[in-house]
Design a protein around this ligand. Structure first.
Ligand code: NAD
Length: 483
């Protein structure tokens, strides 16, 4: 097996294994080849990881923030130095083309580590004058944070959670998705090499049961989940029962609105990125493309022409633009949505079938004449399937864009900046783009509203989610007691 790690888990600075745990296989979905075989974490290993995190956290929190930042900087440098090997691993584990993983995965993780490394030493509290007395506030870490990841951006998700958690003095136990267990282990090794003390970043493999065990364990002070809405509901319920703070990065059905004055070539390019990058397996994708009726024919014509040129193939070949989906099972689910869309009357413009080659490949697919009530316009498909809807009026498109349980992201293409800001102001979404789509620099907070979740990753906003405020009242005179 060409990507077999030294062991399944990484606990307290070293590899850990318990072969009695259920088997997890990582499959390269371009070929069906099993690239690694691991075991789920047993209760004893979960215990060990949480105890190790708990034991290491207090000393880490007591260190000068600049010192914590220095270690994260070293980890970022190692990620960058090993970007190619990490990208190849991510490509094998996810099936995403190397063309993407080389620029979007470990590199984005390194960005997060650099950003929060620098941020750590800038964190301060407030002083609050109260006349004779005063108060001040401290920003304290939360303790042990549990991170639970999805399979589409494994190392990026691990870094987006670990970087702020560690920078602000917490420890982390991270459970990657059972579909993509490998890169979090590589990250753990890199942290150890960068000098992160043992126990501060632990990796446990497992399916939902291991995640659920973390969510309900009293040693875990905070949870951050990237996953689907149904999982989010379960994890939030478990955390709610224990009154634990959570960050929820969940799914979406985001609108991308193209007005009649938009630069059409840019709008087409953005719509393609918003539906076909990572074979459409991106939470913030603009999967409901609202095209103004006046530009719809030209939009569809240019879209179909450019989509026909997308090169699918071996994801390890850097020329490949489109890799397979994560698994055969997921491909079957996505093809089910395609069949449903046809049955409900949507017009297939291109794609709609698996590629004629081995592996879980699917042609980039565009449906036009999609209406709001169709399943394709309501449910998250998580595949390379774009739904194009028509609209006439600004008020109308805003109301329709908001008519969904989700609220992760939204985009607007127009040359009229007043309209762009007006529309964005009325869209119910946590992350928005004007004349761009799906760019998620670490400096910008990222997250959703409504069923797409709550809390934010990245940017200054992350401070709120990995620290708590302690208020200290400082009495500077006599105590004024009435008895
Ligand atoms: P998923 O919900 O099936 O699994 C996510 C993680 O939760 C996995 O690690 C899984 O093992 C774990 N899990 C499952 N049941 C659990 C439980 N009861 N308790 C604790 N943990 C549990 O999601 P997925 O299929 O891995 O990923 C795709 C989904 O993730 C999509 O809906 C996508 O939109 C979403 N996503 C969101 C973001 C974001 O930042 N908003 C980013 C990427 C993916």
């Amino acid at each position: 097996m060409r990507a077999q790690p030294k062991a399944s888990h990484f606990i307290s600075g070293t590899w850990a294994e318990d072969p009695t745990g259920d088997v997890i296989e990582s499959v390269f979905s371009a070929t069906g080849e099993v690239i690694a075989r691991l075991h789920e974490a047993t209760p004893a290993l979960i215990d060990r990881a949480l105890d190790a995190a708990l034991a290491a956290q207090a000393d880490w929190a007591a260190r000068a923030p600049v010192e914590r930042g220095r270690i994260l900087q070293r980890a970022a440098a190692l990620l960058r130095a090993r970007n190619r090997a990490l990208s190849e691993l991510e490509t094998l584990d996810t099936g995403k083309p190397l063309q993407e993983t080389l620029v979007a995965d470990a590199a984005s993780g390194a960005d997060a580590l650099e950003y929060f490394a620098g941020f750590a030493a800038t964190v301060t509290g407030q002083t609050i004058p109260l006349g004779r007395d005063m108060a001040y506030t401290l920003r304290e870490p939360l303790g042990v944070c549990a991170g639970i990841g999805a399979w589409n951006y494994p190392i990026q998700i691990a870094c987006w959670k670990a970087a702020p958690a560690l920078a602000f003095g917490n420890a982390m136990v991270f459970k990657p998705s059972e579909m993509t267990p490998l890169s979090a282990l590589a990250l753990a090794e890199i942290f150890a090499e960068a000098g992160l003390p043992a126990g501060l970043f632990n990796v446990l493999q497992g399916r939902g049961g291991v995640g659920a065990a973390l969510a309900s364990d009293p040693r875990v002070a905070k949870l951050s989940l990237t996953g689907s809405v149904p999982t989010g509901r379960k994890v939030a319920a478990a955390a709610g029962a224990a009154l634990k703070p959570v960050t929820m990065e969940l799914g979406g059905k985001s609108p991308l609105i193209i007005f009649d004055d938009a630069d059409l070539d840019n709008a087409v390019g953005a719509a393609m990125l918003a539906n076909f990058y990572s074979s459409g397996q991106i939470c913030s994708n603009g999967t409901r493309v609202f095209a103004h009726r006046a530009v719809k024919p030209a939009f569809l014509q240019r879209l179909a022409a450019r989509t026909a040129k997308i090169v699918g193939g071996d994801p390890l070949d850097e020329a490949t633009q489109l890799g397979p989906l994560i698994s055969e099972a997921h491909l079957a689910r996505v093809l089910g949505y395609v069949a449903g869309a046809k049955a409900e009357g949507a017009r297939l413009v291109c794609g709609g079938a698996r590629l004629e080659r081995p592996g879980a490949f699917m042609a980039p697919t565009v449906f036009a004449d999609v209406t709001d009530s169709m399943t394709l316009a309501r449910e998250e498909v998580f595949g390379p399937v774009m739904a194009v809807l028509d609209f006439d009026e600004e008020d109308e498109v805003i109301a329709r864009a908001n008519a969904t349980e989700f609220g992760l992201a939204a985009g607007v293409f127009t040359r009229d900046l007043a309209r762009a800001h007006r529309v964005i102001g009325r869209l119910q979404a946590g992350t928005c783009w004007i004349n761009a789509y799906n760019l998620t620099p670490v400096e910008m907070p990222f997250g959703g509203v409504k069923a797409s979740g709550y809390g934010r990753e990245n940017g200054h906003a992350a401070l709120e989610h990995y620290t708590r405020v302690k208020s200290v009242y400082l009495g500077l005179g006599d105590v004024d007691a009435p008895y």
